[in-house]
Design a binder for this molecule. Structure first.
Ligand SMILES: C=CC1=C(C)c2cc3[nH]c(cc4nc(cc5[nH]c(cc1n2)c(C)c5CCC(=O)O)C(CCC(=O)O)=C4C)c(C)c3C=C
Ligand SMILES: [Fe+2]
Length: 490
């Protein structure tokens, strides 16, 4: 994956900042606009303006043509006009967007509402036999391996190849944590806890789980939502910070289902895109950190080491993924909260779990651990920060690999903050986020506009097929290309 050249969705700054009102734009990515896959592209304001606008309450998103006229025409052909109404209330609230194509406000008193909450998560293999097909689903996601347009149809053969070669290593990791991912079980528990918390706050809601790469898949959740006759739906990714590769990917899949399925023209929908800035979440994280610090003999000397899941650098630098900015904001909010409790420890942030030969967000967790050891840091408290459940990368990568590396590098005292899981203050805050999102739920219209590449541009289509087949042939049959691929990409 030549990540620096593969920017698909271009997330660019288009914020018009006014007092308490922000305007975002949904523009096509430079390349993606011509795809016809109708992926909406969110444009985020830069970090500085987001910080300045902490008190912003409302962000409205409107759709307009890109700078490129051709793209604008394609956009009109392929994308129905999308509008968003967003409510952002930093630190204390959530980035909430109701979407999608044309907005019809549904007044809550006209129909008998049945509220649903859809939790989005990554999913994980439940048995060792699931590992390869799970990896296939992950690498087949165009938001995970971002191929240029011409090579898009190679996505699945490439996913098959990478998943087959990666599976033995991944299986070993899953075997070491009991033979499968705990993600489904934990997410189901979180769903039940959220349902109970909502009930306690006076809202009866059905809570569904949609995993991106393993069961229960998005389609299974959609089936249940329809079976239960849900009329208002709040979409809540279980990732505190937004990334194109996580929440973005799940929302893209949902968006295409909603556009195709007439049922959803009758459903008012609200999407909570990120919620790392919520007071309840920040406080819950600070509580966990304080508790773990107190287990060290000299808590004040402990380095608090935030380890976030990485993304390729090109996501942030070329495609405008807000993930790094949100991560940094999140950590400064947690540290501010700790300081307000007189916890004045040093802290640092690094990124873990990189895959493949491209550059990922730096600094890398393993390199920082070695450096900290060399600098004489004696005590380290690792805080997994991009995810709210235990999973392979906390249980295996952090608890086994990084712990071993830290002790080898001279760090004497090691600790790790557990994931939030079903911590009651956290679940209660998620319930508040859901309740706050309901008023901004809006319905989507029934416009559909799938035009596939072959219908739209037959010459281009034939050319891509030809070049793609050539590349696949070369990669699969040339022993040298094959071993280069195996050594570098896996
Ligand atoms: C915020 C969290 C995550 C981001 C960002 C993310 C991006 C990302 N991940 C991969 C590749 C892999 N991820 C894998 C597992 C995995 N990833 C996350 C979270 C984020 N990923 C979680 C919670 C899990 C674990 C699920 C579980 O089973 O417990 C894996 C599989 C494990 C392995 O083989 O290492 C891969 C591969 C990429 C390429 C990427 C960004 C482009
Ligand atoms: Fe991942």
């Amino acid at each position: 994956m030549e990540a620096s050249n593969l920017a698909l969705q271009q997330l660019k700054i288009s914020g018009v900042h006014q007092q308490r009102i922000r305007k975002y734009s949904l523009l096509p990515g430079k390349r993606d606009a011509s795809f016809g896959n109708m992926t909406p592209t969110l444009f985020y304001p830069d970090k500085k303006s987001r910080r300045v606008n902490k008190s912003s309450d409302i962000a409205s998103l409107s759709c307009h043509a890109s700078t490129n006229k051709e793209n604008a025409v394609k956009l009109n052909n392929n994308l129905s006009i999308m509008k968003r109404k967003c409510t952002e209330n930093t630190y204390g609230s959530t980035e909430v967007c109701s979407f999608s194509e044309s907005i019809q406000n549904i007044s809550s008193n006209t129909v008998h509402e049945k509220v649903g909450v859809l939790l989005l998560n990554l999913g994980g293999p439940e048995t060792l036999d699931d590992v390869q097909p799970f990896l296939f689903n992950l690498f087949a996601d165009p938001d995970i391996i971002r191929l240029p347009r011409l090579f898009r149809f190679l996505q699945k053969p490439l996913a098959k190849l990478i998943s087959t070669f990666r599976a033995p290593k991944s299986k070993e990791a899953y075997a070491s944590i009991g033979g499968g991912s705990p993600l489904r079980k934990i997410t189901d528990e979180q769903a039940q806890a959220l349902k109970n918390a909502l009930e306690d706050k006076g809202l009866h809601a059905n809570v569904f789980v949609a995993m991106r790469y393993w069961h229960p898949f998005t389609e299974e959740a959609i089936h249940q939502i329809k079976r239960d006759d849900i009329t208002k739906l709040v979409i809540l990714p279980l990732y505190p910070q937004f990334s194109i590769s996580t929440s973005g990917s799940s929302i893209r899949v949902l968006n295409s289902i909603f556009r195709e399925d007439g049922y959803f023209t009758r459903v008012a929908i609200s999407v909570i895109e990120s919620w790392y800035q919520r007071e309840g979440y920040i406080r819950s994280m600070a509580d966990l950190i304080e508790k773990e610090l107190s287990k060290f003999s000299k808590p004040e000397e402990v380095m608090i080491f935030f380890s976030a899941h990485g993304v390729p650098l090109s996501y942030v630098e070329d495609a405008g993924d807000p993930y790094r900015d949100q991560m940094e904001d999140c950590i400064s909010l947690i540290m501010d909260e700790l300081k307000s409790r007189r916890v004045m420890n040093n802290h640092t942030l690094a990124y873990q779990s990189r895959v493949g030969p491209v550059q990922w967000l730096k600094p890398y967790t393993d390199e920082v651990i070695v450096e900290l050891g060399q600098k004489g840091v004696q005590s380290l408290l690792t805080v997994p920060i991009s995810f709210v459940s235990e999973h392979i990368e906390t249980l295996e990568e952090i608890d086994m690999e990084y712990k071993h590396l830290a002790l080898e590098s001279g760090i004497k005292n090691w600790g790790r903050v557990p994931a939030l899981g079903c911590t009651s203050s956290f679940i209660s805050d998620l319930a508040d986020a859901v309740i706050e999102a309901i008023p901004s739920a809006t319905a989507i219209s029934a416009e559909r506009s799938h035009i596939n590449l072959a219908e739209k541009d037959p010459l281009n289509y034939i050319l891509s097929l030809f070049l793609g087949s050539f590349l696949a042939f070369f990669l699969l049959l040339s022993p040298r290309a094959f071993s280069l691929f195996k050594n570098n990409l896996l």
